[in-house]
Ligand binder design. Structure first.
Ligand code: G3H
Ligand code: 13P
Ligand code: ZN
Length: 315
């Protein structure tokens, strides 16, 4: 398998272990050297499995060769249990391309199509991925918010348990992203009292025991990062995420992969803004980008520890 050349693994073993021991594997989006190094170093230092997630637009931003050269530069070993995952692939071609250049896992997001079209496309991607030894995630239901540069879901449709059972049986996918009230982006909630739809999660988990379920749009939006940004020239006052206790509850009820992008974006921005306002004479990008990187590293460690509970899980 091509991804083995990079020391990457697919998600099969990491999900099986996470399900067995009731923790989650974090899928953290990255888009440049600083965020890649921050996230992978945090996983290594915490001895945690991790998924390095790349959106279609992030892949376009980095370029295939630059991305895979950076992955080569990490000198990964399969014992570290690190997967390289395409996040929200929107077409067969996009998923096949990622697999062809060395990704070990892909998500086909055909959730805005009809059930039958989603099923057919997800099954086609699963077949191609499995022939490459890679794993596949698909999505059923619609997760609200700004998903990525290609999708802006304004409505939200919760995942139906009967659809989920049929979809998994007929597509052969390895994990399923479900809609239970999370939304992409930094503005998810009006108050911390709003609850995820644990009733729906309970039903789906009951119908699909041991099957890996995925939570997108699950950033925690730490208040300290929001405040640091606002106190240093930013304006994101109403940003609010999914409280830690609700994420922990979702893991105990069967979620084994949690996607995080917005928290890393906030951490990076907070680090850069703080450095720039504390040292207005500084104009060496290594200084402020380095502080952005450190902030993402610290935040990833905190989330591995406090949300995923995936530290010291390498076996
Ligand atoms: O859920 C997807 C991510 O937040 C990716 O967003 O396309 O702006 O990289 P992006
Ligand atoms: P957040 O916007 O909550 O970080 O969600 C990220 C995500 O789901 C990436 O696929
Ligand atoms: Zn997502």
């Amino acid at each position: 398998m091509l991804y083995e050349k990079f020391g990457l693994v697919n998600t099969t073993k990491m999900f099986a272990q996470a399900m067995a021991h009731r923790y989650a594997v974090g899928a953290f989006n990255f888009y440049n050297m600083e965020t890649l190094v921050a996230i992978s170093s945090a996983a290594r230092d915490m001895r945690s499995p991790i998924i390095l997630a790349v959106s279609e637009s992030a892949l376009e931003y980095m370029g295939d060769d630059m991305l895979m050269a950076m992955i080569t530069g990490l000198k990964l070993s399969p014992h570290e249990q690190i997967a390289l995952h395409l996040d929200h692939g929107h077409s067969f071609e996009s998923c096949a391309h990622a697999l062809d250049i060395g990704f070990s896992s892909v998500m086909i997001d055909a959730s805005t199509l009809s059930f039958d079209e989603n099923l057919a496309l997800s099954a086609r991607v699963a077949k191609y991925a499995h022939a490459h030894g890679a794993t596949v995630e698909a999505e059923l239901g619609i997760i609200g918010g700004h998903e990525d540069e290609n999708t802006h879901a304004t409505n939200q449709i919760y995942t139906n348990q009967n659809d989920a059972v049929e979809f998994i049986a007929r597509t052969g996918i390895d994990s399923l992203a479900i809609a239970i009230g999370t939304t992409h982006g930094a503005y998810k909630r009006h108050s911390d009292f709003e609850q995820l739809r644990f009733d729906i999660l309970r039903e789906i988990s009951y119908r699909l025991p041991g099957f890996p379920l995925v939570l997108h749009g699950a950033s925690n939006i730490p208040r300290i990062l929001v405040d640091t940004i606002n106190e240093n020239g930013g304006d994101i006052n109403t940003a609010r995420g999914i409280p830690t206790e609700q994420l922990r509850q979702a893991i105990l009820m069967g979620i084994c992969k949690i996607n995080v992008d917005s928290d890393s974006r906030l951490a990076f921005t907070a680090g850069v803004r703080l450095e720039m306002s504390e040292n207005p004479n500084e104009f060496n990008p290594r200084k402020y980008l380095g502080l952005g990187q450190s902030a993402v590293y610290e935040n990833t460690i905190a989330e591995i520890t406090n949300i995923m509970d995936s530290a010291n899980r390498l076996r």
